[in-house]
Design a binder for this molecule. Structure first.
Ligand SMILES: [Fe+2]
Length: 283
């Protein structure tokens, strides 16, 4: 099973000056079963940005393109509606029980109508994808807080996800989340330990994130329960803001869920009207 990982497309003012057609051609040259997009598809959650990001994603030649929200995608009270219209509309959203309180501001946009699902502003979902005789479960978490840049996951949603994961059969589980759960920078998730507990409980092997515009690959091994997971942090695929890391990038992971996992970093720079690509095998 092969996965291609893009992140932080940032359509709108933060979008790069690079050629998207050339980038799409490069992405489409990889033999991939799933493309994952770990958030910040827009700059300011404007409808025009959502629409442009959606057009880009629709031109990726892969039948399984999974996206999650980034903090920049959640600056508008209509963000969740535009995300579902232009970017990705999950078959079934995960809802918290409505009778409890929420830590996230505007988890339900209109608090007077919290029983109405159309006012629910988080995009959390599970997606199973069958490739050959193997089933992959993608646990897709919305770590974004309305009009804030730091990350938080609603605990009651993690509980609901856990119940539904337990009811699902899969060979390999992966987790998609915009903010890092490994706390390497100030941009990390506020309650990352709760997500790590979910990872350990359900033996999730790989977590994919973005947000920082920096690449990082880290493994964590829990000695008590003897479970190891890897976090793949992707730099930005098409933002002009590459101050921390002087290149744009995406990852390509080959043989996910098998012993012979291969990891490729594809980085590129703008050269005139062209892009200069460099592919490096990391594992
Ligand atoms: Fe972000």
């Amino acid at each position: 099973m092969n996965i291609l990982h893009i992140s932080d497309l940032h359509f709108g003012p933060y979008h790069w000056k690079g050629n998207n057609e050339i980038l799409l051609k490069k992405i489409n040259s990889y033999d991939t079963d799933i493309v994952i997009n770990t958030g910040d598809s827009t700059s300011d959650s404007l409808e025009s940005e959502y629409s442009d990001a959606g057009s880009f994603l629709k031109n990726i030649e892969c039948k399984n393109v999974l996206s999650i929200m980034g903090n920049h995608d959640k600056y508008s009270k209509k963000s969740h509606e535009m995300f579902k219209e232009y970017i990705f509309n999950p078959e079934k959203l995960i809802y918290p029980p409505t009778e409890i309180g929420f830590k996230k501001k505007y988890l339900f946009i209109n608090k007077k109508n919290i029983v109405l699902n159309e006012y629910f502003s988080d995009i959390n979902y599970l997606k199973t994808i069958k490739v050959g005789n193997k089933t992959l479960l993608a646990v897709c978490i919305d770590s974004c807080y309305f009009q804030e840049d730091y990350g938080l996951v609603e605990e009651s949603i993690l509980d609901q996800l856990s119940l539904q994961i337990a009811d699902t059969e899969y060979d390999t589980a992966i987790l998609l989340i915009h903010h890092s759960i490994l706390g390497k920078t100030g941009d990390s998730l506020g309650n990352s330990q709760s997500v790590i507990n979910l990872i350990n409980k359900h033996k999730i092997k790989y977590a994919f994130c973005g947000h920082t515009h920096r690449m990082d690959l880290s493994q964590v091994y829990n000695l008590n329960i003897k479970h190891q997971f890897t976090q793949f942090m992707c730099g930005t695929t098409s933002s002009g803001s590459i101050v921390f890391q002087k290149f744009n990038m995406f990852y390509y992971y080959k043989n996910v869920g098998e012993k012979n996992l291969e990891i490729y970093l594809i980085k590129y720079l703008i050269k005139g009207n062209n892009l200069e690509f460099q592919e490096e095998r990391i594992l």
